[in-house]
Design a protein around this ligand. Structure first.
Ligand code: GDG
Length: 730
């Protein structure tokens, strides 16, 4: 079994130096707690920053040795790295931007960006010292988005997964980042990219398409010769740990904490987050204030336990937020407190796990209302803590990824103070039956989709990608097969060469009339035609007039409109039994498609008619085809026509006419000792299938094909034809 190498910004252990001595603590945060409960039977190595700024060589060595015992490898960051990469690019650019706080995004600090690049490379350098050929590497989160591509360059065969723990913003937001291409390119180095929710996945796919031009098919993106799988993996929790914390803890202390919290018989509303502007803490306090104001009957009977865990205190916005929270708490408390009651109990610190779980158990309501949150594990942990009691209400923001799963919570809009206030009223009044019913449903899900399940699903799907990679392998025309083709060509006396035009000899252009043959392609065709042993045929879906104008002077043979016309001895001949009287019935349907789809257009040929959607969003084009498919099929069935779906085009033409039938006429017209056919489109598959066994068929592109070989791109086709032409010369 392969070894798993986890790479994240922070290690699950944080080092703190006090009075010259090093102390090791478990790191806080969802990622550290989550991954630490993964199956230990798989060999693991975890690479990351242990926190702090360790400069001393002796200390570095000591830390390295100490961590190595637990399979951990430190990446040491300098003071500058921490300032520019961690506090800078990660937390002042990516974090606010991806959480839709663009007013806090620093768009113009290039030293942040260079540090981000430099530190991603630093992680790479450490990985290089440890990476084995069969390792599976799993990179985590927004601080390391360049790493997948760096690993890919270093070792193209490494299996690489990437998981983003925060939201991926909509394309409209993402596009405004100056480093958008670089970040996409970095991420697309992975074999698999995972997100917490379908929305984040959808946003990513849209950005990859609109910014970098990569299309996807059910979440699978073709990047060069690789497939990148993009999918949703909602992260779970270690359920048992929160459901039965007493099993892991000193029971007495645990019970004491609970009884201290519940001694006054007041309802306890819990709010717990890192101090962060994404968490909606001020709005939450305002909602509580409104609730207290509106419901005097609860005075003295309810407490908001407001726990704010210090975080990123060096970033300006966090200091401002701290002041705002302090002021708001003071205001509400000052306004409503009595000698025996304080409406808010405010803690600006973190709690050990033991106390945290006791707090979860003691709380009656959890008020978790982030303005944006990738997932939010606290919500899940609170629900799990009610496994035994079945008492408690979760009020959850619709902007937290967790709201997609915890649909039995009271879901609120975190910017709507009234909505949150009303949810508090509802929670206070909710019957025990309803609480139990809602909790049971959510617990059922959380028990099943634990963090272990999350990691296993991600890694299983990643390993299936490598199976897919090998089963999907395309038989590329490599040096050996090309050598055979060239030598067969050289030895042959009677050769047939069938070439498609668009996408094969010339690249696609936004409009068909722009794809005129250039000097290079004309010279290649002349070169091939000039060999006496060659019969050169252009076999295309284009109309005969365009082909005639562009290539008629070359004195070669042609087939136009997928076999409707045949050009021989400077003369166009129509295939038998073909009519075009049906066009008047089909045209209005295609015109309706154009009307509904700005940017699409009709191409009318003598005996066929096509609707192109090359210039518009592929998804919109495909949606339109789905809408009109039934009408088209109904009409064409009655008129003995066929509907062909090509590369961003739908074409209607007489049935029984296709490139395959056209090909057979040439194939049967002589006793060839060499046949070569090259094409890129679905319609060219008919050509490949019509060739005798000894024929060479080459598909241009990466799709599944009946052709013997594949070549990637027009440039490569031209290079091959050039070699054929040169054989004639020598
Ligand atoms: C990211 C995304 C996503 C909190 N306070 C204390 C404490 N915690 C523990 C909780 C929980 C974890 O920290 C917080 O998890 P979150 O999910 O809320 O958020 P982050 O870790 O900041 O961030 C987030 C997550 O990654 C996972 O993908 O859900 O959306 O932003 O486990 O229990 N633990 C202790 N004392 C505390 O005071 N011991």
């Amino acid at each position: 079994m392969s070894r798993l190498v986890i790479i994240s910004n922070r290690l699950p252990v944080t080092i703190n130096k006090k009075d010259g001595e090093l102390f090791y603590y478990p790191s806080a945060g969802g990622l550290a707690t989550g991954l630490s409960s993964m199956d230990k039977s798989i060999e693991q190595l975890w690479i990351g920053w242990p926190g702090g700024n360790i400069e001393d060589k002796k200390e570095k060595k000591e830390i390295k040795d100490q961590l190595a015992n637990d399979g951990l490898v430190p990446v040491f960051l300098s003071e500058k790295d921490i300032e520019l990469y961690y506090e800078g690019f990660s937390n002042k650019v990516v974090w606010p931007h991806f959480h839709y706080f663009t007013q806090f995004t620093n768009y113009n600090n290039h030293s942040y960006w260079s540090a981000y690049e430099r530190v991603n490379n630093k992680f790479m350098e450490v990985l290089k010292e440890h990476l084995r050929d069969d390792d599976v590497v799993w990179v985590h989160d927004y601080q390391l988005m360049l790493l997948p591509a760096l690993i890919r360059t270093f070792n193209p065969n490494t299996e690489i997964g990437f998981f983003l723990h925060i939201p991926f913003p909509s394309y409209e937001i993402f596009r405004t980042l100056p480093w958008r291409e670089e970040l996409l390119e970095g991420l697309l180095g992975a074999d698999q990219i995972g997100f917490h929710t379908y929305d984040y996945m959808r946003h990513f796919l849209s950005a990859a398409y609109r910014i970098a031009g990569f299309e996807h098919n059910f979440g699978k993106i073709n990047v060069g010769q690789r497939i990148v799988n993009v999918d949703v993996f909602p992260m779970g929790i270690d359920y048992e740990k929160y459901a039965f914390p007493e099993r892991y803890l000193d029971g007495e202390h645990f019970e004491n904490t609970i009884s201290r919290l519940t001694s006054k018989g007041r309802k306890l509303i819990l709010s717990i987050d890192r101090l962060d502007y994404t968490k909606g803490i001020p709005q939450r306090i305002k909602a509580f204030e409104k609730f207290i104001k509106k419901n005097p009957q609860y005075h003295g009977k309810v407490t908001l336990l407001l726990i704010v865990v210090p975080s990123r205190s060096k970033v300006d916005q966090y200091q401002e937020l701290k002041n705002e929270v302090d002021t708001l708490v003071g205001k509400v408390d000052g306004q409503f407190r009595t000698f025996g009651w304080s409406p808010i109990q405010y803690f600006y610190r973190s709690f050990p796990f033991q106390e945290l779980t006791a707090i979860y158990k003691a709380a009656d309501i959890a008020l978790i209302t982030p303005l944006r949150d990738g997932m939010n594990l606290v919500a899940k942990e609170f629900v799990a803590s009610k496994e035994v009691s079945k008492k408690g209400v979760l009020i959850l923001s619709e902007m937290a990824g967790a709201s997609n799963e915890l649909t039995d919570a009271l879901i609120v809009n975190p910017r709507d103070i009234t909505d949150m206030e009303e949810a508090l009223e509802k929670a206070m009044e909710m019957s025990l039956e309803e609480q139990a019913e809602r909790l049971t449903k959510m617990q059922h899900r959380l028990k099943k989709y634990t963090v272990k399940h999350w990691a296993e699903t991600f890694l299983t799907e990643l390993s299936q990608m490598s199976v897919l990679k090998s089963s999907n392998e395309i038989n590329e025309l490599n040096e050996d097969s090309k050598f055979q083709l060239l030598s067969d060509y050289k030895n042959a006396k009677n050769r047939l060469i069938l070439l498609d035009y668009d996408g094969t000899l010339v690249s696609f252009k936004p409009e068909p009339h722009l794809a005129k043959p250039d000097a290079e392609v004309l010279a290649l065709l002349e070169g091939l035609r000039d060999s006496e042993a060659n019969k050169l045929v252009i076999i295309s879906g284009r109309d005969k007039d365009t082909l005639g104008d562009w290539l008629g002077h070359l004195d070669l043979e042609m087939s136009a409109e997928h076999g409707v016309w045949r050009f021989q001895k400077s003369n166009w001949e129509l295939a038998h039994g073909i009519t075009n009287s049906w066009k008047k019935d089909i045209r209005p349907v295609l015109e309706a498609m154009v009307e509904r789809t700005p940017g699409s257009f009709i191409e009318e040929k003598d005996y066929s008619i096509a609707w192109h959607y090359r210039k518009i969003d592929k998804a919109l084009g495909e949606k339109r085809i789905r809408e009109f498919r039934d009408v088209l099929l109904y009409l064409t069935a009655n008129l003995d026509l066929q509907v062909l779906e090509g590369n961003k085009v739908v074409e209607v033409k007489n049935s029984g006419v296709n490139k395959g039938n056209a090909t057979l006429k040439w194939v049967n017209s002589s006793d060839w000792d060499f046949i070569l056919a090259i094409g890129d489109d679905n319609t060219d598959e008919d050509i490949f299938k019509a060739l005798p066994d000894f024929g060479y068929s080459i598909k241009v592109g990466r799709d599944k094909t009946a052709a013997k070989y594949s070549l990637f791109g027009v440039k490569k086709v031209r290079a091959l034809l050039k070699e054929l032409v040169e054989i004639k010369v020598t």
